[in-house]
Write a protein that binds this ligand. Sequence first.
Ligand code: SF4
Ligand code: SF4
Ligand code: FES
Length: 663
Amino acid sequence: MAPVKVTFTINGITTEALEGSFLLASLKANKIDVPTLCHHKDLVPNGTCRLCVVEVTDRGKTKTVTSCNFPVKEGMVVSTEAPSVVRNRKVLAEMYLGRWPNVPAVKEVAKKVGVTGSRFSSDLTDENPKACILCGRCVRACETFIQEKIIDFAGRGIKRHMGMPFGEVDPHCVGCTSCAYVCPTGAIEVIDDMNHPVDPLLIRNHGMRVNAEMANLDPSQCRMREVGTANIVEVMDAYDLLPVCNYKFGSHKDTPKIDSKVLKEQYFTQGHADQCWHGCSMACAKAVDGYILKTGPYQGDAVCVDGPEYETSAGGSNMGCFDPDFIVEFNFYCDTYGLDTISSATTIAFVMECFEAGIIDTTITGGKVLNFGATDEALELLHEMARGEGFGVDVGQGIRFLKEKWARELGADAAFLHDIGMEAKGLEYSEYVSKESLAQQAGYTMAVKGPQHDEAWLIFMDMVNNQIPSFEDKAEALYYFPLFRTWFGLMGLCKIVWNDVSPADNKKHPPQEAAKIPEHVHNYWKFFEGMTGIPLDEKKMLDQSARVHNLQKLMTLMLGYGTRQSDVPPYRAMGPVTEEEYLSRQERYDGQLTANLGLDPASMDLPAKMSALRTFRYEQYDKVLDAAYKRRGWTREGVPTLERLTELGIDLPELVEIAKKYQ
Ligand code: SF4
Ligand code: SF4
Ligand code: FES
């Protein structure tokens, strides 16, 4: 629905504003200056100080209102200079001045309304220039940005003051400094010496921007505060990107059993900011209290589970397990055992497919019937992996180990195992289906540490938004995003505040720029500058990161995973390995054969169609790899050129020696 405008007059001048907006904004828009103390642009107004009073006549009734929280109305008549409001303001300013005579914000307001002295000095007069004037901004900041009331009013009457419960520092305070930022007097002092930043104010200013966006935009964007990263379970399912049964499929009818709605309504009991990044108010972490474990060494105990987040739920769907209790329990034991939920889930999903394909049987699994969806058996296997017992000894060593062992000892089809074994460089894949995104296939597999989305998550840019259609566009994304992500990882900064909430006007940028979220990248630079005193821009940031990224690449090379063959994904990450998979998306794949290769699927049998699609997808992948290597300054073999090492200033003899062999 289009926003409705209302028309009214201010001091005899006709003006318009959006219905529901507050009058103070209209006064400012008309360059009419009324004094304020409790108002702040990032906070919901609540009319505490009463200095912004104006006179409003609406449908024959005249009254004095606080303009900061008075919604505009059609036909109303506003006067900011009516004798009663002028008198009101003056008396109020005099009272403020009587109690807090040296606070600059109070003196400024008094001056604005023509008050130079006060008749209200008393025992309560506080000479401190940084005295608290009880405006309540800090309380609203804590409520708005942290969803807490850690700082609040205490005491009554003349004893009213601000504080934390029982006058002690509340451990739930995340140190976001929002309260200090909005305080008009400096009454809340921030001790900035924890990490000795060069310019703490610069950091606070940008931190406040982040806090304000999180508070105002997150509810209508990713809902991180409400449900954490689990918000994308249903989104991925809707886009056919949620891994199901070892990445065979991208959605499932039972996804609603494990989606964010279920987790929020039936499981999550905690969701406040947990200080994983000091001062962050995003509160993306969620937790489940009092979960009674059904298995394992703590069976019967009521425990607190840190999660689940998206990857844990998606790990469940990848094992074909759409039982939220299983996901919570799997989450708890992975954390408790120190096992990575992604690697564990992806490995067990691979084991399940091998079991269903008859590659292994119960003689190998220690009697466990490990079909997809076998929740009890999956948990038993997880416990065995942690204890280093039975079948868990092998499974705990990951997919690469299992592929090689089963091909060698069981005579299994090595090519098939390679196709369905979702690992690269020895690391298991993260929980996204990348079949329809060429850029993501490369993003995962080219990642120097192995296929995790820490370096590049380009599925939406590539597949959903079609923002990087050409090979060169994809190569550019595969240059910029891994370097940006590597950079903030190196700085110990979190990714969530980069793109899980976007500025409201982010779409003003052209699509490829918009994907970078330029204003938020700028926040990271300012944070860096505030800490180090060194200003940053895109080139400097990318160069800093490229030095480390190329060094990592050379180290990967030393480990034997640094050449082109290690950057090629298993085919399951690129397309349909089995007939069942092809048939599940037959219409799409048939359409691609026609559109891209000019083939007539109706005249081809299934193996022929699958073979043609596979050849096409490998060719496409080769092209994207060539383009990305070129953009990164790497050879066709995927190794940094000597010129690139020199350009980055890392042409140290030891490094040149490693790279030289592959030029
Ligand atoms: S620093 Fe942040 S969390 Fe702590 S009291 Fe202030 S607003 Fe609340
Ligand atoms: S501490 Fe600052 S923001 Fe809080 S009530 Fe006092 S003056 Fe206002
Ligand atoms: S600014 Fe409106 S009441 Fe304080």
